[in-house]
Design a protein around this ligand. Structure first.
Ligand code: FES
Ligand SMILES: [Fe+2]
Length: 349
């Protein structure tokens, strides 16, 4: 093996997460008054909205017989277990037992409550030390509200450890896999920097799309109009999430919500920038809102297509790891060594 090759750290595939971060565990549109169940790194949580649309997050376990509270229903800001009808306040205390005798007191059980906030279209949960929740912020996604950006969201459900997904996202040489979708080509790693919070990899790549004139939108439908041209392609693993820029026209986020060692939920958010259309920016705000809303999801087919191909590859990696636990892969990309180092350092913090 040459000195430029590096073997994988194999034990990385069993590592947990650093809980002292905000995790995007659901989309805002998924959470209604009907309880919604999620799992973040082995921790089952029930999410629900109260009458003021505020979201609450409690451990998804009824303290009576340990069934799922998410099978029950929300009543105002309380949640009622479906089995015997015990009710719990959003602060976790039991408020009602329907068959409590006159000489009995309410049980003093208290369900674990998680800090939760709704921001940029997602529900963010903080599973760590409560005292740190104010010191650390969820990843900012300014393009979510900004009128110059059109968003598309694709949900990633993969049967693999989250490290395989992060490595996929940091290794831009895998444009090869997506060649039928003409995502990007010929990536070369130019520079790399890292600290204990993030890894930034700077690639130079070729892009097929250039969104600079109104008519250039037609490239999306007619591949013959696309022309390869050089663009910087920067990817960053900002633990626990990922952000990328391809030139000025495209920005992509991946919000990771690992479920356990072999299941990962993530949200890929693709933004197309309308910054080149300066005439559009002079139109009334309500109209620009209307355009932003109407075009939401316009890259759905492309994004879902890319996600499918990635999921297939990282699932195969997971299966191979389980089948041949002693086998080591070979790696040439320095960005992955830094990525694995960050995963390790954060998980073992
Ligand atoms: S199990 Fe929940 S009320 Fe009995
Ligand atoms: Fe990909």
């Amino acid at each position: 093996m040459s000195s430029s090759e590096t073997t994988y750290y194999h034990d990385i595939r069993k590592l947990g997460i650093n809980k002292n971060h905000w995790y995007a565990v659901a989309r805002s549109i998924d959470v209604k008054t009907k309880p919604y169940s999620i799992t973040l790194w082995h921790q089952p949580v029930v999410l629900y909205r109260d009458q003021n649309r505020k979201v609450h997050a409690l451990e998804d376990l009824c303290p009576h017989r340990l069934v799922k509270l998410s099978s029950g229903r929300a009543i105002d800001d309380e949640i009622e277990c479906t089995y015997h009808g015990w009710r719990f306040k959003s602060s976790g205390e039991c408020s009602t037992v329907p068959y409590l005798a006159n000489n009995q007191k309410l049980p003093t059980c208290k369900i674990r409550v998680f800090p939760v906030q709704e921001k940029d279209g997602f529900i963010w949960l903080f599973p760590g030390e409560k005292s740190l929740q104010k010191v650390i912020s969820p990843l900012a996604i300014p393009e979510w509200e900004h009128l110059n950006y059109i968003a598309t969201v694709s949900v990633i459900k993969s049967h693999s450890h989250y490290s395989y997904l992060v490595e996929n996202l940091m290794d831009m040489h895998h444009g090869h896999l997506h060649k039928n979708w003409q995502a990007w080509a010929a990536a070369q790693l130019i520079d790399l920097s890292e600290n204990d919070q993030q890894v930034d990899a700077y690639y130079q790549a070729q892009s097929y799309y250039k969104i600079d004139k109104i008519w250039s939108i037609s490239q999306l439908f007619f591949p013959s109009l696309r022309q390869l041209h050089p663009e910087p392609l920067n990817v960053s693993y900002i633990y626990p999430n990922w952000v990328s820029n391809l030139g000025k026209d495209f920005k992509i986020y991946c919000l990771l919500s690992p479920i356990n060692e072999t299941e990962t939920l993530a949200y890929l958010i693709h933004f197309t920038s309308l910054h080149a259309f300066w005439r559009l920016h002079k139109l009334p705000e309500w109209f620009r809102q209307f355009i932003k809303k109407s075009l939401f999801g316009s890259a759905q087919k492309l994004l879902d297509g890319l996600v499918q191909q990635d999921i297939e590859m990282i699932s195969q990696e997971q299966q191979a790891y389980q089948k041949y636990p002693q086998r080591r892969g070979y790696e040439l990309n320095r960005a992955l060594v830094s990525t694995q180092r960050l995963i390790k350092n954060q998980a073992l913090k």
